[in-house]
Design a protein around this ligand. Structure first.
Ligand SMILES: Cc1ncc(COP(=O)(O)O)c(C=O)c1O
Length: 363
């Protein structure tokens, strides 16, 4: 039994916390379970860390992380006051709820979706409306009307969607923003891996709409999950209260600011890394299909593969674990027979594929 204090708020006592993907510390396990980047961050990050003078830690960091915000704003084609730097994308989510969701007012999202949203809503004392996606993970036509009918203050859409990897068109999101009474958060934690030939770009939505916010993360596309750095994009009127009122006074530390700035400034590394992930994603998808998986196209750094007929996803997951490979399995309608597999290096993926072939008895 976990320890319980009589001082805990009632809604906190009643809620469940977030369940992390497994994070083994042995250094040998092949981790294809939490969508981390398989390659190390840009060498510019290593250089910035090596050159860092620890004496500077005596002082507080730049309060607004302007060095980082300047580059992020330029890349998104917005002004700097449309950007907030946060301690991971997760902190941006927490700030949005604290600032814009009246306690008790629902948060809306899709089912499935990022499992942190209901946790943050519960902390706020708010219920979560989960609107089921279609069979191909498409957005339901009545999504906005259902969110409005529930009185949702914030509606969250992951795009590319997790766990499916499906990409929603900017025009579909624009339509949603037009229809929603509340705010629309487009969670772009995985957007860096979208094929650039698709010309996908949602940044104009924050310029044209006063109810759209975008989450970005340095964890996946820049291989910096351990650093905890993300940012949010929105109209200056939406970003201002987050910066001046609801965030911690120095929410991103000095080392994180410097390393994240080095990473986002190295465009050559970023485009090369994303291309490598995409190429490996397509190779892995083809190989999984050959093994009998049904593997829909993904624009993220993971695949959501339905296991071959006759196989059980939890059992395959357990066998992979015995072979030293972690992948993710989710329970729920439309999820039980699938595994979410992060794109690894070609060598890591070859171990995965060999272990799957052995488990399935495929020559
Ligand atoms: C959909 C989605 N949004 C946001 C995040 C937050 O990422 P971070 O806090 O590492 O920037 C994650 C992390 O896994 C995610 O999957």
């Amino acid at each position: 039994m976990p320890a319980v204090s009589r001082f805990e708020r009632e809604n906190i006592r009643r809620m469940d916390g977030y369940t992390w993907g497994e994070q083994p510390s042995d250094g040998r396990t092949i981790k294809l379970n939490t969508n981390e980047n398989p390659w190390p961050p840009s060498p510019a990050v290593a250089r910035a860390l090596a050159a860092f003078d620890v004496a500077r830690l005596r002082r507080y960091p730049p309060p607004h992380a302007d060095g980082f915000r300047r580059i992020a704003a330029e890349l998104a084609g917005v002004t700097m006051d449309s950007i907030i730097a946060t301690n991971g994308g997760d902190e941006f989510l927490r700030l949005l709820l604290t600032t814009f969701l009246e306690p008790g007012t629902p948060l809306a999202t899709t089912r499935p979706s990022y499992s942190l949203y209901p946790v943050l809503a519960a902390i706020q004392g708010s219920p979560t409306l989960e609107v089921p996606l279609g069979e191909g993970f498409e957005l339901p036509a009545d999504f906005a009307s259902r969110a409005n009918a529930a009185g949702a203050g914030i509606t969250c859409v992951v795009n590319p969607h997790a766990p499916s990897g499906c990409l929603y068109d900017t025009s579909a999101l624009e339509h949603l923003a037009d229809e929603l009474d509340g705010l629309l958060l487009i969670d772009e934690a995985y957007v860096d891996f979208v094929d650039p030939r698709l010309g996908h770009d949602t940044s104009r939505l924050v310029r044209d709409h006063d109810n759209v916010l975008i989450l970005r993360s340095m964890s996946k596309g820049y291989a910096l999950a351990g650093l905890r750095f993300g940012y949010g994009i929105g109209s200056p009127a939406l970003i201002e209260p987050l910066i001046t009122k609801t965030r911690d006074s120095y929410n991103v530390d000095l080392i994180a600011q410097e390393l994240a700035t080095a990473a986002i400034g190295d465009r050559a590394w970023a485009t090369d890394n994303w291309q490598r992930v995409r190429a490996e994603r397509e190779r892995l998808r083809a190989a999984l299909t050959d093994l009998g998986f049904e593997c829909p196209p993904s624009q993220a750094n993971f695949l959501f593969a339905r296991v071959p007929d006759g196989a059980e996803a939890p059992e395959l997951q357990a066998r992979l674990r015995s072979a030293g490979v972690l992948v993710r399995h989710f329970r729920g309608v439309g999820l039980d027979d699938r595994l979410r597999i992060t794109v690894g290096t070609p060598a890591e993926d070859d171990v995965l594929l060999a272990a799957l072939a052995a488990s399935l008895g495929t020559p």
